[in-house]
Design a protein around this ligand. Sequence first.
Ligand SMILES: *Cc1c(COP(=O)(O)O)cnc(C)c1O
Length: 378
Amino acid sequence: MMIPFNKPYITGKEVHYIYDAVATGKISGNGKYTKLCQQYFEERWGFKKTLLTTSCTDALEMCALLLDIQPGDEVIIPSYTFVSTALAFVRQGAKIVFADSRKDHPGIDEDKIEELITSRTKAIVPVHYAGVACDMDKIMDLANRYGLFVVEDAAQAVDSYYVGKDGVKKPLGTIGHLSAFSFHETKNIQCGEGGLLGINDDRFTKRAEIIWEKGTNRAEFFRGEVNKYGWVDIGSSFLPSEITAAFLWAQLEELDKIQAKRIGIWNSYYAGLSEWGLARGVQIPLIPDYATNNGHMFYLVCPTGEYRTSLIKHLKENAISTVFHYQSLHKSLYYHTKYEGNDLLESNRYSECLVRLPFYYELKSTDFSMIGHSILLK
Ligand SMILES: *Cc1c(COP(=O)(O)O)cnc(C)c1O
């Protein structure tokens, strides 16, 4: 039987909480389970405010609305990321200024951001690739000096941290002005489709709730702060139903257990493949001193595209599914004609050479030793 690349983990309590939500008769959004999930993020990781969304894509769209991105505004985004990171801002008419990746890590090259800043730049959107922190001191320093907003795409970064120059360990998603998480079934904590907006700047809190509730002040009304509610701003239906939130709550309750298991898998891959990688010129994941590891993903960066093709084929013959990841967005069918910057060689290299190994909670130690063994034979 083929070892899949991903298998969403189910704790077993999801249906129990969904049953409870249904039995209570409160199935639309912003009920008991939504509040439990939001509180968990706020209390455990210290967000000023969080709002559950139907996806990370939606949370990013909320960020673009909250920052009031206008046609012609420029937003700096890594080219090596998922489409959604750019899409949210493109929908507002922004010009996307793509940045290259680091040589030692697929994340944005923090030292190449400053040269991309112009008088039209409004925001920087770093992506914590594989849950590994970008160097946030460098990015926040640029943002402060040039008066820019920072939106962290923390889709893969739940329970991961950045240790700044001040020595303080900060949860990813709590550092920029705003942040977005994903609970898509391929992420550490999942509910099929789901996301969360993190707010770290009080200026955005009130408006975020309104945008979340279709441009109405319904949330304030339910707290008894106003005696009727109506249309007060732009917005959309960004909030998920209680069924989704109930599912997610079951996962959050087991976060520590899930994380310990995933970090164990990551460490086994790392121990088994480090030397092999070094000998073959295959780049293995880097966790910089200022970052922690949340066990989101284990990838290999092959020396060439042909090497990757033959490695994937070799593993497939051994019943192991592996997948590559993003294609440089600056070269995408949709955006390449609009893109005005230089070609981005590191991003292209990760597009061509990076491969992700099977990674999921139920991956057995016999599975990953078999995977490691198959790779070592290559
Ligand atoms: C998964 C992912 C997204 C999109 O998340 P959805 O919840 O599917 O919308 C966005 N950005 C990055 C970096 C991701 O990994």
